[in-house]
Design a protein around this ligand. Structure first.
Ligand SMILES: [Zn+2]
Length: 367
């Protein structure tokens, strides 16, 4: 087939904007938020690791839980407690100085990262079916997701190049053409002309709570995408990559300034990090997509009270003539009221994500 240079463009309006919540990744192993802490406290790899021991000791010193009756503190209350000392710039005790509190918070985020990755480290059939539906019915769609696992992108593989490219909607270090970044230049920038023999389209995937495969450098404020590397060294608390040549793990450091990379995921008490450049950009991008959408379909998303930023986005940008559909296996009255407070005309469909992506009649209707 003949290759030519193509400029990928977005139509001015979006036929369907999907908003994914935990319910779309749960069938593939994403733990529910309330299960994450029990998993951390009972995972032998975590309990025997350096950063695991530090975090667990902190929890034991400050919270009481009961394994027998499966009663644990909420992850959110742990973060709120840590954030209190960080915000006030206070120490908790001699053992828990303000600096230590900062460190423990970062370690806890890393343990969550590790736990989510461990449970979603496989190919997703459900998301694969979703992308098949995109190919079959309509390519003018985009996705806002509150999940930081990478199941959605991993399932895109069979559409790559032939049908389109993923657009994370912010600048990645991978797009730069410097010598130090040569190794990472594999990721196609859909905002630039592309040489191809197909007719690909770009797909925006806006990950409002970050992603397990994004590495953030706190020095140059840039993000590196490492699609296949989501590992964490639990003893050193570092983001690592495996070298086949040396049969060893190495720490991920910024190729530009040598700084250690940090995780880029938003935890339950997220407001502290929401002002990071990346998230500000993603929020405005999400706002533009909401305005451009003819239809918004929420799937497996409970619009939790903690997600005030999502509520604010919708209140600001949702247009009165935009169709709103909520697909959820548990349509309760309180869920209905939550959505109706954003869109009074919202329609509700009782279905799981798994059932939706295999229901041709429903897919045709939604797409
Ligand atoms: Zn850097």
């Amino acid at each position: 087939m003949k290759q030519s240079i193509k400029y990928l463009q977005y139509p001015p309006t979006r036929d369907v904007l999907f908003v994914f919540g935990a319910g779309t990744s749960h069938p593939d192993g994403l733990p529910l938020q309330r299960d994450v802490l029990p998993m951390i406290l009972n995972d032998t790899e975590i309990t025997s690791s350096e950063i695991g021991k530090i975090v667990i000791q902190f929890i034991k010193d400050n919270f009481v839980y009961d394994v027998e009756s499966n009663e644990y503190p909420h992850l959110e209350s742990l973060f709120l407690f840590l954030d209190y000392f960080i915000r006030q710039n206070e120490s908790l005790s001699k053992a828990y100085s303000n600096a230590t509190i900062h460190e423990i918070k970062e370690y806890l985020i890393k343990l969550i990262h590790y736990t989510v990755n461990k449970n979603t480290n496989k190919k997703s059939v459900v998301y694969h079916n979703f992308w098949d539906a995109v190919e079959k019915y309509n390519r003018n769609i985009s996705v806002i997701t509150l999940n930081y696992d990478t199941l959605l992108e991993q399932a895109f593989e069979h559409l790559y190049e032939r049908i389109g490219y993923i657009d994370y909607s912010f600048h990645l270090m991978n797009y730069e053409n410097s010598k130090e970044l040569e190794f990472f230049n594999f990721w196609v920038n859909p905002q630039q002309p592309i040489v191809t023999s197909h007719n690909p389209v770009p797909f925006k995937i806006i990950k409002l709570h970050g992603s397990l495969n994004w590495k953030y450098c706190n020095c140059c404020n840039q993000t590196l995408l490492t699609p296949w590397d989501r590992a964490i060294d639990l003893n050193k608390g570092q983001l690592t990559w495996y070298s086949k040549k040396n049969d060893a793990n190495f720490e991920y450091i910024c190729p530009q300034d040598g700084t250690s990379f940090e995780t880029l995921i938003l935890t339950p008490s997220f407001t502290q990090n929401l002002n990071r450049q990346v998230f500000t950009q993603l929020m405005s991008e999400a706002g533009r997509e909401i305005r451009a959408a003819k239809k918004i379909v929420f799937i497996g998303y409970s619009l939790s009270n903690a997600d005030v930023h999502v509520r604010a986005l919708l209140k600001k940008h949702l247009q009165t003539d935009t169709k709103v559909v909520v697909i959820n296996p548990r349509i309760t009255n309180s869920l209905k009221l939550k959505y109706q407070s954003i869109a009074s005309h919202a329609e509700f469909i009782n279905s799981t994500f798994e059932d939706f992506v295999t229901n041709d009649k429903l897919l045709k209707e939604i797409f």
